[in-house]
Design a protein around this ligand. Structure first.
Ligand code: LLP
Length: 430
């Protein structure tokens, strides 16, 4: 559920008409609903009821990559969420937003020694290691700093998550985690390294999962592994079950499993584990909490359907170009009639296409459209391709709204480059 609704003929974010934001800030602009973010955290936590360990509820560590905006992270910090980070940059953003270090887990296959040192100095909760080589580096960094790193190994359970290949992570051929069969040896070797304490096991098999079956299979394997590790003498205290639960994008598709159904499955799969559970949801928390608001520049004829050219493009919202992802596209002031159209941006490549032959609200030049479900993996994946400045972001709460990231001035883009003197000398020549 979200808080973007048509009221009195106009789409609102909570109590704020989107037109008011577009008139003031211009388009394209991302708009986030704080109430939706808060609601999703509540729903997810409710779904995890009964999974407390030693009186502590599971840790909900928001996957910062889904939306790293400081205002979004601050809303989550205020709710007591933790963070799953995958770079020194994300770590610093999470800390700056007030997320306590002990609620931060650090994932990713390519943590550098400098990033490890930063995380250790801040005292983060857990490193999710993805290789033995990484364990060796972390051990060296921790020993040098005379600190101890709490670690889990991310295990690759070799399960096909049934999602888009580019966001599937749990097959043996993927780059993520250590091989399931080799995990006992990896734990044994890591336990002997100085500066590390083994805390637990982590798993994440992919994103936008619409079937709980592969997750349950993966968790079953993790349960077996936990028992084997304990039998080998390791004290396993945490199990990080990752993120990945899908959300509805396309109205005509079946609705993905609810958080409640996910929670039910987790209760079943983790029975008797006796560990602190950690979850890393990203999309589920913020996906439906954002829209990308754009204006129609013009409508031009096409061979089968007209082209609606909008002022947002693939550089602002990359998911359709990258994964053929569907985002619902709605007029913010629908007139009631519909048509079939192609929705494209101004960037000079055919991949800059948001929808082909889409049945949608009829729109004309000057109208505004909202790309729905654009709170996750949207603004954060933007680029400045075609020298288009980064899109601003706005957050709404009730009838209040504020710019939470200003539109990047084109001057800033230009000023970012520098031209050495010798380049001018080159121009003198032939
Ligand atoms: N934990 C780990 C280790 C991850 O790699 C990810 C996402 C998550 C948690 C959060 O997954 P979520 O709950 O959001 O599904 N750019 C793609 C999605 C990439 C997901 C990367 N990892 C997209 O736009 O669909």
């Amino acid at each position: 559920m979200d808080h973007f609704e048509i009221r009195d003929g106009a789409m609102h974010a909570e109590q704020v008409p989107l037109a008011a934001i577009a008139d003031t800030v211009g388009t394209p602009v991302y708009v986030y609903s704080a109430a939706t973010i808060r609601r999703h955290v509540r729903v997810f936590r409710d779904a995890l009821a009964g999974l407390e360990q030693d009186g502590l509820p599971p840790l909900v560590a928001f996957a910062v990559k889904a939306n790293p905006n400081a205002a979004v992270l601050s809303v989550l910090a205020g709710l007591g969420c933790g963070a799953d980070v995958v770079s020194g940059g994300e770590l610093r953003r999470a800390l700056a937003a007030g997320i306590p270090a002990e609620r931060i887990v650090f994932s990713g296959v390519g943590k550098t020694a400098d990033e490890m040192a930063l995380a250790l100095q801040h005292g983060i909760g857990q490193f999710n290691l993805e290789s033995e080589e990484e364990a060796v580096t972390l051990s060296a960094v921790a020993s040098r700093l005379a600190l101890t790193a709490r670690v889990a190994f991310r295990v690759n359970p070799d399960v096909d998550a049934g999602t888009h290949a580019k966001i599937s992570t749990g097959r043996s051929e993927n780059k993520f985690g250590i091989a399931y069969d080799l995990a006992p040896e990896a734990f044994a070797r890591a336990a002997a390294l100085p500066g590390l304490t083994i805390e637990g096991v982590a798993v994440h098999i992919g994103s936008q999962l619409t079937d709980l079956g592969p997750l349950e299979t993966a968790f079953g394997r993790i349960g077996t592994l936990i028992a084997a590790l304990r039998a080998a003498g390791h004290a396993i205290r945490t199990a990080d079950l990752g993120g990945g639960l899908g959300i509805p994008y396309e109205p005509s598709k079946p609705i993905p499993p609810s958080p409640a159904a996910y929670g039910e499955m987790v209760r079943r799969a983790t029975k008797g584990w006796a560990v602190r559970l950690i979850f890393e949801p990203g999309r589920l928390i913020v996906g439906n909490a954002g829209v990308l608001l754009a204006s129609v520049i013009r409508v031009k004829p096409g061979s089968a359907s007209p082209f609606v050219v909008v002022d947002a493009a693939m550089n602002d919202l990359m998911r359709p170009a990258l994964y053929d992802a569907w985002h619902d596209i709605r007029a913010t002031a629908p007139r009631g009639d519909r048509f079939v159209a192609n929705v494209v941006g101004p960037v000079c490549e055919t991949g800059d296409t948001f929808a082909m032959h889409r049945e949608m609200d009829r729109v004309a030049a000057g109208d505004r459209v909202a790309f729905m479900t654009a709170g996750a993996y949207a603004a954060t994946m933007a680029s400045t391709y075609n020298s288009r400045a980064l899109t601003p972001e706005v957050m709404v709460s009730g009838s209040k709204w504020s710019i939470v990231r200003a539109r990047q001035p084109i001057e800033a883009l230009i000023a970012g480059d520098s031209v050495p003197d010798w380049v001018h000398d080159l121009a003198e020549g032939e």
